[in-house]
Design a protein. Structure first.
Length: 279
């Protein structure tokens, strides 16, 4: 199949996926309004085979140390999937499946699969990581950039000027009740201490042991709930243009602090659903 953009549609909802640019969601339009910040680095990209920062680009698998490129010095950030061209395995009007094979700089062989399922009121995303041989620690999740205001959606070349936010609408609000917050050190990594949730702005990881449940509300326009069975979510709202709600299978630096092994009989699987209603 062609590796050009794939478009899914249900009612007045249109989802655009760009396999060649990290299999990211490059657009989600509901009733003609764009929810995601535009630009080749934005939209919503998969974080795989690790999420957030891996300390100094190093992790252990047993006694074997591996090193990853320091793309966010002094750390390695967000995995390799967002920088990879994925293959389109299947696509129809409302569902699509994509894959890519793990390769350098990731030291283990395996396959990643991402699935999309769209309705007129929801989007379900699934990620799976399987090994072709040796077991290895891995993580998976998503990094959406939701526009702080609806009504825009024009192109964005990557500046932090707030383009894509539109005018004449109110800022999005976030509502969630985490059980704890991972204390963040000066190196932006969790220290290992769990603390009571603090007020934002955030670039922080939170624990929700009953599953991620975060509501974004654009007053008078739209309410969107991000849910997942995973207990980990990172919330980032330090930029003017967008806010990020990131369900993921473990905390930042989790390859080292909370390793989840992918084995030949136990792949890593994670799912999230975005559900919306007009206000």
């Amino acid at each position: 199949m062609s590796e050009e953009d794939i478009r899914l549609a249900a009612g007045d909802v249109e989802l655009t996926i760009t396999p060649a640019n990290g299999c990211r969601i490059s657009g989600l339009r509901i009733g003609g309004g764009e929810l995601l910040r535009q630009g080749e680095r934005y939209g919503c990209f998969p974080m795989v085979p690790w999420c957030g920062r891996t300390a100094h680009g190093r992790f252990l698998n047993g006694a074997t140390e591996h090193r990853l490129p320091l793309d966010a010095p002094p750390h390695a950030m967000h995995g390799t999937g967002r920088d990879t061209a994925w293959r389109t395995a299947r696509a129809d009007k409302t569902e699509a499946v994509f894959t890519y094979d793990l390769a350098d700089p990731w030291p283990y062989s395996g396959r990643v699969t991402q699935m999309f399922e769209l309705t007129d009121s929801s989007l379900t995303l699934r990620l799976g990581v399987e090994t072709y041989g040796d077991s290895f620690p891995a993580q998976a999740g998503w990094h959406p950039w939701f526009n702080r205001r609806l009504g825009g959606g024009s192109g964005d070349s990557g500046s932090g000027s707030g383009s894509g936010t539109g005018s004449g609408s109110e800022d999005v609000t976030l509502d969630f009740t985490p059980a704890w917050q991972e204390e963040r050190g000066e190196d932006h990594l969790p220290t290992g201490r769990r603390i009571p949730p603090e007020p934002g702005p955030w670039d922080d990881c939170f624990g929700m042991p009953d599953g991620v449940d975060v509501t974004l509300t654009w007053p008078g326009r739209l309410e969107l709930k991000v849910t997942s069975r995973t207990p980990w979510v990172v919330v980032y709202d330090e930029q003017e243009a967008a806010v990020c709600v990131e369900p993921q299978s473990g905390p930042p630096n989790g390859l080292n602090t909370a390793p989840r092994l992918v084995t030949p009989i136990d792949p890593l699987e994670i799912e999230t659903t975005w559900t919306w209603r007009r206000l």
